[in-house]
Write a protein that binds this ligand. Sequence first.
Ligand code: AMP
Length: 208
Amino acid sequence: MRVILLGAPASGKGTQAHAVCDRYKIPQISTGDMLREARRHGTALGLHAADFMTSGQLVPDELVVDLIQERLDRPDTNSGWLLDGFPRTIRQAQIFDQLLEAHSVTLDYVVQLDVPRELLFERAIYRRMDKRTGQIYHLKYNPPPPGAELEHRADDQSGTVLQRLDTYQKMTAALLPYYEAKGLLRRVSGTGKPSEVTARLFAALGNA
Ligand code: AMP
């Protein structure tokens, strides 16, 4: 199974990616996670990416393409993968297509998690992660247990969220017609309980 999961910030990509990866036993490859890790380690890449990330902009295409290329060279990707947060621009998608072709690998599905903008904003600003477990909570709808060590992503502050949503509309939404034309796109409603979204997602992947 080789799948790209597309969706705006806070559309539930991370949560749904976990469910798909568990079911198909494939690695979840998140460029956002890789960039945050690079920042935590203070690498040259992390420092370069930091300003773009904190202002809600996309980091330059070359940086993420290099990251993805290196990651897909690792042997755990032989059985498939799920990309979460990549590609995010038409240029990334085009370079990625060339990469797949060079490796004689085909993409099975591109799934879009569709969530209305008002909901995305609310999800992002109330989203918190337990630092110790990586579990994601929502302060209103899925409150954390007492004692959780909560972290609010710097780019989940309201001004940056609006910027990230705009960036998604301007840059990433163009990927929908791109993959639709290739016959790969499946649209899945991302509203409702996470388990309901997961069921719809599995159906879109053919319940294989
Ligand atoms: P995410 O966790 O996927 O929301 O990503 C967090 C931030 O990392 C984004 O707002 C971008 O600044 C950066 N980022 C992640 N993936 C990409 C990508 N494919 N292209 C450009 N920037 C990215």
